[in-house]
Design a protein around this ligand. Structure first.
Ligand code: TRP
Length: 338
């Protein structure tokens, strides 16, 4: 990360994504593309939240390859370790350490009210582990270690960010100013990408129906096939409007990749059918993803380069994180080893 003078200190942004398999077009337009753009304006600290991922049982070989894949893909999308830190959460032990401490300043009742915990424990009823329950205090540790000013999060993580603020303020209330209470960062633009099969639901990699999402690494023919099968409506007119969730979503995707407005899209497809429109959307997405996929193929086959990037970022992150952790330990009354 760049040096800067104190009078023009850039705000710190922290965000993380789990390496839990497929990264979708929804993740890309909802989060990653914004991260890439934030890198010039802010001091960005990004992580792969691998510790969060084991709250759901993982097969070791698959988990490891998912971590490499997610790391390489984010680099391919434009995360640049010359501008930002981009590390793997488990490489910076302060995350686990602060999470334990924060667990002792987080109430059982608060964690019980987290809707994600309720949803996930219903979904994985055979493995309602304590990590699933305390997931938000690890997330709070991630954010608070870097004294982040802002955290770009989707709607599903808002409640966790709110809890992070509460934990920070509670801790500061006892020990003085230790943590910065982070604000949510709401991106200026960014379409909410919905499922291609049920456009009232968010596009999600955990959907059982693979036709409902586009993975950033899907092959061109797969992308085309999925768009051709996308749910539309019976009006057969490319127009943005109520009751046209499927078409609205496809228009949103087309707009995200081409930069065209809804009116421009309506004009472009005036008099044309959904078949033509779906092909155009598919082709635009394929072209948009092509350079990302090409870069991904280079990075994923260069483990030495990946290692260089994540090690360098972890070293940088560790220095900041350790400073915060040391302060926390001292405030609480622990005896320092050195
Ligand atoms: N829980 C987030 C998710 O699943 C990932 C995450 C972990 C995160 N730590 C974070 C996001 C800190 C923002 C800030 O999407």
């Amino acid at each position: 990360m760049e040096q800067q003078t104190s009078q023009e200190r850039k705000k710190v942004i922290f965000s993380a994504i789990q390496p839990s398999g497929t990264i979708t077009l929804g993740n890309y337009f909802g989060a990653l593309k914004n991260w890439v753009q934030l890198q010039d304006e802010f001091n960005c600290v990004f992580a792969l939240a691998d510790l969060h991922t084991i709250t759901v049982r993982q097969e070791p070989a698959k988990f490891r390859s998912n971590i490499y894949e997610a790391y390489a893909l984010l680099l391919a999308c434009g995360i640049d370790v010359e501008k930002s830190a981009f590390f793997i959460q488990s490489h910076v032990s302060a995350h686990s350490q602060l999470a334990w401490v924060l667990n002792c300043y987080t109430q059982f009742g608060e964690l019980s009210r987290m809707t994600q915990f309720k949803d996930k424990s219903a979904k994985h009823s055979d493995n309602v582990n304590a990590g699933l329950f305390t997931y938000p205090s690890l997330m709070a540790a991630d954010i608070l270690l870097y004294q982040a000013d802002m955290v770009p999060v989707g709607a599903d993580q808002k409640q966790h960010l709110e809890l992070t603020r509460n934990i920070a303020e509670r801790f500061n209330g006892i020990y003085g100013n230790v943590f910065k209470a982070p604000e949510p960062y709401i991106p200026k633009v960014g379409a909410r990408i919905m499922s291609l099969q049920d456009p009232t639901k968010k596009m999600s990699k955990s959907d059982e129906n693979a036709n409902s999402y586009i993975a950033v690494l899907d092959k061109p023919e797969v992308i085309m096939k999925k768009f051709k099968r996308a749910i539309t409506d019976s009006e057969a007119k490319v127009r943005f409007g109520e009751g046209k969730d499927g078409i609205n979503n496809l228009m949103g995707i087309y707009s995200s990749v081409t930069g065209k407005t809804m009116q421009e899209i309506e004009a472009e497809f005036d008099g044309k059918g959904y078949g033509d429109f779906k092909i155009a959307v598919g082709e635009a997405v394929v072209e948009h993803l092509r350079p990302i996929q090409e870069r991904f193929n280079i990075y994923i086959n260069d483990k030495a380069y990946l290692k260089e990037c994540y090690q360098k970022s972890a070293e940088f992150a560790e220095r900041i994180a350790q400073r915060t952790l040391d302060k926390v330990m001292k405030k609480i009354g622990f005896v320092a080893r050195s």
